[in-house]
Design a protein around this ligand. Structure first.
Ligand code: AR6
Length: 169
């Protein structure tokens, strides 16, 4: 079981082995946390992303971190919420699993995630938090995982999901 903590702040400031980007299928940048990561990492990140040929929803691909304090960026593509009948829950869980698989493969020990799909992609926050926490806790990854929320309100949602999950262990 991995060690999971919840914090609040700007993920682009974290000096961890990898931060995860809530990207889109093009991997060529966008708004939200994706835009912030590309701005902070610089042009070379965009150039490496260009060579990746996009990424499917629920899957992840890795690049270097360039000007970021993080060594790597693991780009994952969350599902767009369309009401819950289009495999959104499984695709979101797959984002966390595939990102952690990459971290494991590269022997990375500290990974920070944003709240994937809960911004522009409108995944309901409580459900997203429950899926994120459960998937991270159940996935075999021998390192530290941090959920980096962007507001105290979101931090409370993810912390409460973590407390719930710990109770049911
Ligand atoms: N650090 C941590 N979290 C952040 C930061 C930051 N600097 N900035 C925003 N967030 P979103 P999505 C939070 O919309 O829903 C992009 O255009 C934000 O408050 O970034 O997966 C992509 O290119 C929210 O809780 O990602 C895609 O097209 C969370 O990050 C699309 O948006 C996710 O919000 C992906 O949408």
């Amino acid at each position: 079981m991995s060690k999971l903590t919840i914090s609040c702040g700007d993920i682009t400031r974290l000096a961890v082995d990898a931060i995860v980007n809530a990207a889109n299928c093009s991997l060529l940048g966008g708004g939200g946390v994706d835009g912030a990561i590309h701005r902070a990492a610089g042009k070379q990140l965009f150039e490496e992303c260009l060579r990746l040929n996009g990424c499917a929803t629920g899957q992840s691909k890795v690049t270097q971190g360039y000007l970021l304090p993080a060594k790597h960026v693991i780009h994952t593509v969350g599902p767009i919420w369309r009401g819950g009948q289009e495999n959104e829950a499984e695709l979101l869980a797959s984002c966390y699993r595939t990102a952690l698989d990459i971290a494991k493969e590269l022997n990375l020990k500290t990974v920070a995630f944003p709240n994937i799909s809960t911004g522009a992609y409108h995944f309901p926050k409580e459900l997203a938090a429950e899926i994120a926490v459960k998937t991270i806790l159940e996935h075999p990854f021998d390192g530290e995982v941090r959920m980096c929320t962007f507001s105290p309100e979101d931090q409370a949602i993810y912390q409460s999901a973590l407390n719930q999950a710990k109770k049911s262990v």
